[in-house]
Design a protein around this ligand. Structure first.
Ligand SMILES: NC(=O)C1=CN([C@@H]2O[C@H](COP(=O)(O)OP(=O)(O)OC[C@H]3O[C@@H](n4cnc5c(N)ncnc54)[C@H](OP(=O)(O)O)[C@@H]3O)[C@@H](O)[C@H]2O)C=CC1
Ligand SMILES: CC(=O)C(=O)O
Ligand SMILES: [Mg+2]
Length: 409
């Protein structure tokens, strides 16, 4: 067994299985405590909430509780592992919500592939939560589930693999483009992966100025073109009238490669065929579309990022979801809209320009780190993230009219 495999299994198993447990916020020791916490005292907040539903935020943990919900149909890049096997990832997301943004989470794994039933199940349990983070639900089902829940619910519903990924990748790309002296409006972008992450990344980049005519989307069958008859409507929106058929065709002269697909599909030859000063985001987890060491050996003019923690330039939604939900919950936002997403992109992008705190250097065992080709985004343990990103999100929520309170609880 490899060291990483053995260490990872031990980490999850010992000294207690899993990564989460529940904790108490009130004393529950004396007879009086019991009378307040449970019967008869608990009837009082029940009556208050029944009379005024907003009081649920006053008397329960709803306002700081997020449901991390999956049906296990697209778990990392491992495919449809099923709901049960997705639990370590959902516990992992819960851990990061708590560690980085002090948000409590129930991880919910739902054994259900039927879209209508999945929507109904999530809607039925929504009263528990202040927000819902959908995770690792495959496309195109994820688009329908998110759209339906957003329409029905008055709490933020956010598919992390779509928007969390898109926000972080867009922030990284803005910086990488600046460092490579390229413009988003002119960049020729190849996006491999036309699922949750790929479609959302391209939509956000377009909202920020990328030109649809410069985007080539590629899925497991090849280039998404108008000649194809097997496209869903989300892919169809990006179909180009082109004779390019495969990834190798698409990569010729590309400025940017966005990989949100599968391991080892970007070859050395494809990388060699990219334009000067290319940008390569190989975001598939756990194994990227190209090994970054190989990519760096192949070209010395590129900026490369992965989704992983063990190489420079981690482009991973961990930089997004804890802080985005923190900002949304703090002002009780009814949704996480495009204005809030773009505000997060700019806040994240800008933070990489300022000097790196010593505790970040210590964690990564580094003497020095500054904005440049190997540091395009803040590191996930950067203590400034929790003040900068939520603040930007809350402000954008207020300005776009979706905040329901204006001061932090
Ligand atoms: N770094 C990060 O923060 C994040 C990374 N990811 C990674 O992105 C990947 C996709 O996740 P997600 O979008 O949620 O999954 P989806 O299942 O929604 O989409 C997967 C997409 O990848 C395509 N694909 C799969 N294999 C290949 C291949 N060999 N060549 C070309 N395209 C391929 C699929 O094609 P088809 O449509 O034809 O089936 C599909 O369009 C995963 O590896 C995941 O770990 C996801 C979210 C965040
Ligand atoms: C990071 C993440 O959410 C994924 O790979 O699915
Ligand atoms: Mg995910």
């Amino acid at each position: 067994m490899s060291d990483l495999k053995q260490d990872a299994l031990h980490y999850h198993e010992l000294p207690k299985p899993g990564k989460l447990e529940t904790g108490l916020t009130k004393a529950c020791e004396t007879q009086r405590d019991l009378s307040l916490a449970y019967s008869p005292g608990v009837a009082e907040p029940v009556r208050e909430i029944a009379n005024n539903p907003e009081d649920v935020y006053r008397y329960t943990g709803k306002g700081n509780l997020v449901g991390v919900i999956s049906n296990g149909t697209a778990v990392l890049g491992l495919g449809n592992t099923g709901a049960l096997a997705s639990k370590p990832v959902m516990e992992g997301k819960a851990m990061l919500f708590k560690r980085f943004a002090n948000i409590d989470v129930f991880d919910i794994e739902i054994d259900c592939d039927d879209t209508a039933e999945l929507i109904q199940t999530i809607a039925n349990i929504a009263p528990t939560f202040g927000g819902i983070n959908l995770e690792d639900i495959a496309a195109p089902q994820c688009f329908e589930v998110e759209t339906a829940l957003k329409a029905q619910l008055d709490i933020p519903v956010f598919h992390d693999d779509q928007h969390g990924t898109a926000i972080v990748a867009a922030a990284g790309l803005m910086n990488a483009l600046e460092l490579q002296h390229k413009k988003l409006e002119l960049a020729r972008i190849v996006c491999v992966g036309a699922g949750a992450a790929g479609i959302a990344c391209m939509n956000l980049l377009m909202a920020m100025g990328a030109q649809k005519a410069n985007i080539t989307l590629v899925d497991s069958k090849g280039v998404v073109s108008t000649h194809r008859t097997d496209l869903n409507r989300y892919k169809e929106a990006f179909a180009q009238n082109t004779n390019k058929v495969c990834l190798a065709d698409a990569m010729v002269n590309a400025d940017v490669f966005f990989g949100v697909s599968d391991k080892d599909i970007l070859t050395v030859e494809m990388l060699q065929g990219m334009a000067a000063n290319p940008i390569v985001f190989t975001m598939a987890n756990p194994d990227p579309e190209i090994n970054p060491i190989l990519a760096n050996k192949t070209r010395d003019d590129l900026i490369i990022a992965t989704g992983r923690s063990d190489y420079p330039n981690q482009v991973n939604n961990v930089l997004g979801f804890p802080y985005i939900f923190r900002g949304a919950l703090d002002v009780r936002a009814s949704e996480i809209n495009m204005a809030m997403q773009i505000a997060a992109v700019h806040a994240l992008r800008k933070l990489a320009h300022s000097s790196v705190p010593d505790e970040v250097l210590d964690t990564y065992g580094l003497q020095e780190l500054s904005y440049g080709k190997e540091y395009i985004l803040p590191k996930p343990n950067d203590p400034r993230l929790i003040s900068v990103i939520p603040q930007a999100i809350s402000q954008a929520a207020i300005e776009s009219g979706v905040a329901r309170i204006t001061i932090k609880k």
